[in-house]
Design a protein around this ligand. Structure first.
Ligand SMILES: COc1ccc(-c2nc3ccccc3n2[C@H](C(=O)NC2CCCCC2)C2CCCCC2)c(OC)c1
Length: 233
C-alpha cells in the first residue's frame, strides 16, 4: 500500500488556494435570499445576473491568488478566465446547493430554483450535476483545488502557451490526488470520480447561453461584464 505523503510545499500551496477560496465567498448569500422570499421570474433573473456578475469578479480575485497565474502571458490569463467562468459559476452553484441547511431548507431551495424561471428542459441536467456533487461530499480543500484546476485548464480556446498552464495545473492535480487519498481512504477511485465531474460540468455549460435566453420572460438584460463572459446578446 503506497504511503501517501503531502510535502511541505504542497501543504503551503493548498493553504494559499483554500485561503483564496474562502475569501471568494459570494457577498450576500444567495441561498438565504432565495429562502427568505418567493421572487417573480424577472426578479430571479435579475438576482441570477447580479450573483453571476459578482461571482465573476470574485473568481478573478481567486485566480490572481493562484501562484504563478499572474506570470502567465496576459492574453492567456484572459483566455483562461473567459474559458472557465461559466464552469466555475456552476461549480460554485453546486457547492452552494450542497451546503447542509436546517431541516427542509434544502427542499425549499430546490423548489425555488425549479420554479425560478429556468425552462424545464435544463432543470434535470442541472440538478443531476448538483446531486452528483452532493454525493461526493467534497471537503473545502477539494472544492478549492478543483476550482483552481478548472480555471487552469490548458486547452481553453485561444490559449497560446499550453505548456505554461499545464505547469501550473499539474501541482494542483498532484496535491488534489493526495488529498483525495487521505480524505477518502475507502474510495480509491474518488479522485477519478472528482475529475469526472468536470466532464459533466462542461456538458452543463454547453446549455448555458440557452438556459439564459429561454428564461421564462421577455427582454433578458445582461450586465456588460456578463456579455463579455457569457455568449449572450
Ligand atoms: C443559467 O441558469 C442558472 C439557473 C440556476 C442557477 C442556480 N443554481 C443554484 C444553486 C444554488 C443556489 C443558487 C443557484 N442558482 C442561481 C444563482 O444565484 N446562482 C449563483 C451564481 C453565482 C455563484 C453562486 C450561485 C439562482 C437560481 C434561482 C433564481 C436566482 C438565481 C444558475 O446558477 C449559475 C444558473
Amino acid at each position: 500500500k503506497e504511503k501517501v505523503e503531502i510535502t511541505k510545499e504542497q501543504k503551503a500551496l493548498t493553504k494559499v488556494i483554500v485561503e483564496a477560496y474562502n475569501r471568494h465567498q459570494i457577498p450576500q448569500d444567495v441561498a438565504k435570499k432565495l429562502l427568505q422570499d418567493q421572487y417573480s421570474v424577472e426578479e430571479n433573473f435579475l438576482l441570477l445576473t447580479e450573483m453571476a456578475t459578482s461571482q465573476v469578479q470574485v473568481i478573478v480575485e481567486f485566480t490572481k491568488s493562484i501562484p504563478g497565474f499572474l506570470s502567465l502571458d496576459h492574453e492567456d490569463q484572459i483566455a483562461l478566465l473567459k474559458g472557465s467562468a461559466v464552469e466555475a459559476m456552476f461549480l460554485r452553484s453546486a457547492q452552494v446547493f450542497s451546503k447542509k441547511m436546517p431541516n427542509g431548507h434544502n427542499g425549499i431551495l430546490e423548489e425555488r430554483i425549479r420554479k425560478s424561471g429556468i425552462s424545464e428542459e435544463f432543470i434535470t441536467p442541472m440538478f443531476n450535476f448538483y446531486k452528483s456533487i452532493i454525493g461526493l461530499h467534497m471537503s473545502l480543500e477539494e472544492q478549492a483545488l478543483l476550482t483552481a484546476i478548472t480555471i487552469l485548464t490548458p486547452d481553453r480556446p485561444y490559449v497560446k502557451d499550453h505548456q505554461a498552464v499545464e505547469k501550473l495545473q499539474e501541482p494542483m492535480l498532484d496535491v488534489l490526488r493526495k488529498v483525495c487519498v487521505l480524505q477518502h481512504p475507502q474510495e480509491p477511485q474518488y479522485f477519478a470520480r472528482l475529475l469526472g465531474r468536470l466532464t459533466e460540468l462542461r456538458t452543463l455549460t454547453h446549455y448555458h447561453a440557452e438556459m439564459l435566453t429561454s428564461w421564462r420572460m421577455n427582454d433578458h438584460k445582461f450586465t456588460p461584464l456578463l456579455c463579455e463572459i457569457w455568449d449572450v446578446q
